[in-house]
Ligand binder design. Structure first.
Ligand SMILES: Cc1cc2nc3c(=O)[nH]c(=O)nc-3n(C[C@H](O)[C@H](O)[C@H](O)COP(=O)(O)OP(=O)(O)OC[C@H]3O[C@@H](n4cnc5c(N)ncnc54)[C@H](O)[C@@H]3O)c2cc1C
Length: 398
């Protein structure tokens, strides 16, 4: 199987490489400070707007909105940005939302939202999980009652990433109180600043913030419904599969490992057989992770069901990210000499703290160790992904 991109795909990548090149040491440092200040996972508003300027926020959408790019091309876009250490979570989040709105929105909603989303002026969060409905999302209790041209929404969402930065929260609600499980659910695009919406910070390991979002009789125009009333499960399950097709931690791991290798090459570090073997194993596994993601993307491109393949790549990549972070962290511990290497100087500003006591590569490895814990939970836990593989992939009875 080959994964060569069509010429248009390569053109997108060339554009992205050019964008990345405009970020030198000072710009990277400013981005890092912005990500830290916003406190959300890999989110910097200024970089989001740069992507918007180049019409890169939803390349998968057909023209005039996007560039009709397939999943493989989308994957390549993310890979290029992540390999350069750029903050891309808001891209992942908003391109998923752009797809849902474009495919499932009423024409007036599409006309109002897509231009703002694609210009980077409005950002979106996904309000699915609840305090008692995470893995078992179908147990959700947030309700929406139709009153004339509006829905009245009441309930609480938990773990909502970037809700404190978002203009809109794409929310799954129960519209038919008599229904069970996947029936009777609907998707609403809710104004994050509407009366009755309260957003509280929930700190998670690694210094990020996610949110608890409560809706107290929030009035939402009926035109903000995505898809059909009571048939929201089909809308959301496609979006969740799309989300899992993206790499969870693998790309960050590759960058971390590359930085360590550059560091060792620059310092002439003696790498004994044990470390060389462990390093080689990680490099092989990271390549497998990449191919698993591309396989899921390629299936999606052909319009085939990629649920099991997306779950396989999610389990493998997220667990590998934890192992890679752990290994790099421990490999750095005995020595913390600070040097300038190609990637760090150009892209991550590693050398900046050399004068101080903190070695940024050591700090970033420790941070990766903390944040990678979330990768096996976010987007559905490893246990749940394994259930999907058993059920959808192997056809085993539940
Ligand atoms: C950093 C972070 C960001 C997140 N961002 C968002 C977001 O933006 N939007 C959103 O809606 N959600 C978000 N989530 C929520 C995430 O999807 C849920 O945390 C996840 O689905 C697990 O749900 P839970 O936390 O309720 O755990 P639970 O479902 O209570 O699970 C507890 C444990 O039981 C295990 N378990 C549960 N059911 C089964 C089963 N059937 N078989 C085997 N084991 C099982 C789980 O694997 C887990 O180990 C985020 C989570 C984190 C940590």
């Amino acid at each position: 199987m080959t994964f060569a991109l069509e010429p248009e795909g390569s053109a997108v990548l060339a554009e992205v490489a050019e964008l990345v090149e405009t970020y030198g040491r000072e710009e990277i440092l400013a981005l890092r400070a912005e990500v830290e200040a916003l406190g959300a996972e890999r989110h910097a508003e200024s970089f989001h707007r740069e992507l918007a300027k180049r019409n890169l926020l939803a390349i998968g959408l057909p023209e005039p909105w996007g560039r009709s790019a397939g999943p493989t091309e989308r994957y390549a876009l993310h890979e290029t940005l992540d390999a350069a250490g750029m903050p891309t979570y808001s891209l992942e989040l908003n391109e998923t939302m752009a797809g849902m709105i474009a495919r499932q929105g009423r024409p007036e909603l599409v006309a109002e939202h897509l231009p703002k989303l694609l210009a980077g002026e409005w950002t979106y969060a996904g309000g699915y999980s609840e305090p008692e409905a995470g893995s078992d999302l179908l147990a959700l209790r947030t309700r929406a009652v139709r009153e004339g041209d509006e829905y009245v929404v009441t309930g609480t969402k938990l773990w909502t990433s970037s809700a404190h930065l978002a203009d809109w929260i794409v929310t799954i609600v129960r519209t038919d109180p008599e229904s069970q499980r996947h029936r009777g659910l609907s998707i609403l695009v809710i104004d994050a600043k509407a009366p009755g919406v309260t957003i509280d910070a929930v700190p998670v390991v690694g210094g990020w913030r996610v949110n608890a979002v409560s809706f107290d009789a929030v009035r939402v125009p009926a035109a903000h419904l995505l898809g059909e009333e009571n048939r929201g499960w089909a809308v959301i399950s496609q979006a969740l599969t799309d989300e899992r097709t993206m790499s969870f931690g693998g790309r960050e791991s590759r960058l971390l490992l590359a930085r360590l290798i550059h560091r060792w090459a620059a310092t002439g570090e003696a790498v004994d057989d044990v470390r060389a073997e462990a390093l080689g194993d990680l490099v092989v596994e990271l390549e497998i992770e990449r191919l698993l993601n591309l396989r899921a993307a390629a299936l999606g491109e052909r319009g085939e069901d990629a649920a099991a393949e997306a779950s396989i790549s999610k389990v493998f990549g997220s667990e590998l990210a934890q192992r890679t972070a752990e290994w790099v962290d421990s490999a750095l511990r005995p020595r913390t000499r600070c040097t300038r290497d190609v990637i760090s100087t150009a892209r991550t500003g590693d050398d900046i703290s050399c004068a101080g006591s903190v070695d940024p590569l050591v700090a970033d490895a420790a941070q990766a160790l903390r944040t990678s814990t979330a990768f096996t939970i976010i987007g559905g836990t490893s246990e749940v992904q394994r259930n999907v593989v058993a059920d959808r992939g192997l056809g085993l009875p539940r």
